[in-house]
Design a protein around this ligand. Structure first.
Ligand code: PRP
Length: 182
């Protein structure tokens, strides 16, 4: 286990839930005229946020999931993103709400949003819990933003370190001193 101690709290459970309440109200209002809303969670980090958000919406909607992998190795081009799990549903003519835990460089979301448009979605909107804007390398349009965060290693409420900490009910920071090299 390469991490010592618990992450220190950055965004409390109460703040998260208040913000999710606000985002749900905005989304409910903006999609009031949409007849065919498809909500797409980007695995795995979005699942906790997505679950809380969608339970606050009373309108009809369909849930689907997409999983991508970012390759940042020396043998791949910067920002190369590959599909690991594709959608079950067709996008043609539908309004899509993409739900993501964090936008960092932006490559993952840029690629996924372009793909959704290419597949014929009527509209694509992005709802992100955390925006690490200081790390952006390619522009991404975020329609619904939970919080902006600095360049710190965030975990919890879906976000992980080596697939751990996702189930923390708050967003915490793993300080550099706590993270040892494996
Ligand atoms: C994280 C996050 C985004 C992506 C953001 O996913 O959930 O999908 O990285 O990075 P980017 O803006 O630099 O492209 P990760 O690959 O860690 O998978 P996970 O959601 O399963 O944790």
């Amino acid at each position: 286990m390469p991490v010592n101690g618990m992450p220190r709290e950055l965004i409390s459970r109460e703040r998260l839930h208040r913000r999710v309440d606000e985002l749900a109200l905005e989304i409910e209002r903006d999609f009031a005229d949409s007849e065919d809303l498809l909500c797409v969670g980007v695995l795995k980090g979005s699942v906790f946020f997505m679950s809380d958000l969608l339970q606050r919406l009373s309108r009809p909607l369909v849930v689907d999931f997409f999983q991508a992998s970012s390759y940042r190795g020396e043998t791949t081009a910067p920002g190369e993103v590959r599909i690991r799990r594709d959608l079950d549903h067709s996008l043609a003519g539908r309004d899509v709400l993409l739900i993501e835990d964090i936008v960092d460089t932006g490559y993952t979301m840029r690629t996924i949003m372009a793909l959704m448009g290419f597949r014929g979605a009527r509209s694509v909107r992005l709802c992100v819990l955390l925006d690490k804007a200081c790390k952006r390398e390619t522009p991404v349009q975020i329609h619904y933003r939970g919080f902006e965060v600095d360049d710190v290693f965030v975990v919890g409420y879906g976000l992980d370190y080596n697939d751990r900490y996702r189930n923390l009910p708050y967003v915490g920071v793993l300080d550099e001193v706590d993270v040892e090299t494996e």
